[in-house]
Design a protein around this ligand. Structure first.
Ligand SMILES: [Zn+2]
Length: 345
């Protein structure tokens, strides 16, 4: 793959988004290089046509346009795709060049007027943590409350815009989610934007763009290790127990995607899959980390320590951390910390 020596400064890039080849002026060297985008720049407003929206990482040989979201790899490598394909990010299914996606957001007034720790989830936290610990986590994640005492998890993006809020109810004693329909029903989840739309408080064409829960914390903590989990509750409890890391949640099993993880570029990420999901998340992590340009390590401590009973209940790392707290045995705490320390090194 190193037999490609550019005579001049142009390089052939392959766009994973529209599957076309483009010639771009990229001088040799290392690190990030910024250029105009071969796909969207010529179609932008005259005053923006010279903006360097394409960033090309010369070490990773990966590029991304921050305006049209197109992803690029070096064209050469793709010619022998049969034996090199494993080195490339997965091709995307999008066939057309994308028009810049409009991100709809909500006024922060909805969030600020909802801030309240007296939700059923807040009551559960109060049983286990100090006021200082809860105040701190509330400030970090903007925990809100509905009139029915459900918690509102605000989804705030890396630019501090409120995308929406996820509404969940918990049993204040057990911290378990309340099912909508007796024991057989699924846990009830509502979204603030859906409610606002039903009340005609949002335009018809308002659409929700997902982000990672807690993503807004990345900006002010550029060096911190990121702990990525599935559930918001897990992120909250993790953040109280291990406040030196940034705890983010995908908000669901299927939500661990490249699109949502773009904000993790350049980060050290430790992933705690729920029990039984380790294989699936490991495979995804390998793809996503390459595509996004970050380091992802899977922590499978749960798979190692869980009993049959815990496996059946689908124990997650929050339950595990809570149980560690409940047991209060110094020995086990030391063991947990050791397990975590091993992942980090
Ligand atoms: Zn572009």
């Amino acid at each position: 793959m190193n037999n490609y020596k550019p005579i001049n400064k142009t390089m052939d890039l392959y766009c994973l988004t529209d599957k076309n080849k483009y010639e771009v002026n990229i001088p040799q060297g290392s690190g990030e290089f910024y250029s105009t985008c071969p796909i969207c720049s010529q179609n932008r407003k005259p005053q923006n046509q010279k903006k360097k929206c394409l960033s090309w990482n010369r070490n990773k040989e990966l590029g991304h346009c921050h305006h049209c979201d197109a992803d690029f790899v070096k064209y050469r490598e793709l010619e022998s795709q049969s034996d090199n394909s494993h080195k490339l990010p997965p091709p995307k299914l999008k066939s057309q060049p994308q028009t810049p996606k409009t991100i709809h957001t909500l006024s922060s007034i909805y969030a600020s007027s909802s801030l309240n720790i007296e939700s059923n989830f807040g009551k559960y936290l109060k049983k286990h943590f100090t006021k200082e610990e809860i105040d701190e986590v509330m400030k970090l994640y903007f925990l809100g409350r509905t009139r029915n005492k459900e918690v509102i998890y605000w989804y705030i993006d890396i630019n501090s815009f409120f995308r929406s809020g996820k509404i969940i109810d918990y049993n204040p004693n057990t911290g378990l989610r309340v099912k909508d329909n007796g024991m057989m029903g699924k846990p009830d989840v509502k979204w603030v934007h859906t409610i606002l739309k039903n009340q005609n408080n949002l335009p018809e064409d308002w659409t929700f763009s997902r982000c990672l829960f807690g993503e807004h914390l990345l900006k002010n903590n550029p060096k911190s290790t990121v702990m990525l989990v599935e559930g918001e509750k897990t992120a909250i409890i993790g953040s109280i127990k291990m406040p030196n890391c940034i705890w983010l949640a995908t908000g669901g099993k299927g939500m661990f995607t490249e699109e949502e993880c773009k904000c993790l570029r350049g980060r050290n990420v430790i992933i705690f899959p729920d029990l039984g999901a380790t294989k699936e998340w490991s495979e995804k992590a390998e793809e996503i980390s390459k595509a996004v340009g970050c380091k992802m390590v899977i922590n499978d401590v749960l798979e190692k320590v869980a009993t049959e009973d815990q496996r059946e209940k689908g124990l997650d790392i929050a339950d595990f951390l809570m149980q560690q707290k409940a047991s209060e045995t110094k020995k086990e705490n030391t063991k947990t910390k050791k397990e975590f320390a091993q992942t980090k090194s």
